[in-house]
Design a protein around this ligand. Sequence first.
Ligand SMILES: [Zn+2]
Length: 465
Amino acid sequence: MVLKLYNTLSGEKEVFVPLKDKFAGVYSCGPTVYGFAHIGNLRAYVFADMLRRYLEFKGHIVRQVMNLTDLDDKTIRASKEQGMSLREYTDKFIRFFFEDIDLLRIKKADIYPRVTEHISEMVSMIKILLDKGYAYRKDGSIYFKVSEFRDYGKLAKIDPSQIKPGATVEADEYEKEDVRDFALWKGKKEGEPFWATDIGEGRPGWHIECSAMSTRYLGNTIDIHTGGVDNIFPHHQNEIAQSEAATGKKFVLYWMHCEHLLVDNKKMSKSLGNIINLREVLNRGYKTEVLRYLFVSSHYRSKLNFTWESISHASNTLDRLNQFVERLRDYRSETRDSEETALLIRKTAEKFESEMDNDLNSPGAFAAIFELVGRINPVLEDGSLSAGDAKQVFELMLKFDAISSILTLKEKAELSGKIETLITEREKARKRKDFKLADEIRKRLEDNGIVLEDTSEGVRWRKKF
Ligand SMILES: [Zn+2]
């Protein structure tokens, strides 16, 4: 089965063929570390993580790079307001960022380059652009000359002659020749951090950061570049212009963009006061896996409407899914294997993969899983599933969880050990005719979701649904 990915550049789903055999180089636009990431940012990072996990599932060797923007207008302004050095301030939010991605079970990228540690790479690229005539100097700053780059606007599907200031292009305080031109290098300003380099004193513009750092760690051409849809223009469009003008090579083979997350059908914004971060989700008593489940079960190219009601529903669904998988794991039966169940397992695995192969259609993949759950649950309940088949279903669920990473199974050994001890205690109490204690123990187990059944072979326990 072949993997197809939707490429923003072509506007089509394309078969994924990386540059070098099974190797896949992935660059993901990372956080600007001036505050907490909101759940919309986190959605894009979870998407990049699921993509990476699925590429690995398909046998690719992934090298993932994610930048940490610790130098731009926002980080400089915020650190000044807090009276902290830029380093101290951004270190703090980098720590919070890593906490967030751990909580969301995002696998660590191979490299997290920081802008402030890659100034020389940016300077080298800017020098090349100046030499080739793609850049010009003005009042101590250096700008990219958009009119020199033929394909400008291709990714964003924008006619360059239609670009106007304000709406689409940040009209900053810097003077440039053409409103579409963007700063590669910002000349030294009073009270701002600066670097003394071959191209002058100052600091890099935002867009050059990603071009220079991706080239350093992934080469001139990278297989996949991810980001949020709001990065398409101008950020990614400018990355293409800088990189392709500098190297003369195609910059990115597949551009993948994650859609917006809305809160109560509205875009998150400071003025609406509806910006939600991970801490708020935790404070309301939800496990972060539930948020991850909301993200991975919706398609990355669809807008996702977050509500507190939706996360509450998701929480219940995920609880049931966890119980289902725990029950499979702990299941015992003398029933024989069934051909029908074997076929169902095989079909589910195929459907899961074919849906994911179709531009990571995770809602379709989840539908296949839920259909399996719906069909296995009754035979699990009445004991007519074989232990071998239960094991196969369990393994399939784990395989699926290697990509979605949402399950939180309670430790079996620890749990069953505790339960067995309580059951023995209860048996002893019954033998002494201490029925009060025996009932108390039964009640305690029930409160923990364990039901005892007195059978001819002794006491058995099972999980309550
Ligand atoms: Zn970027």
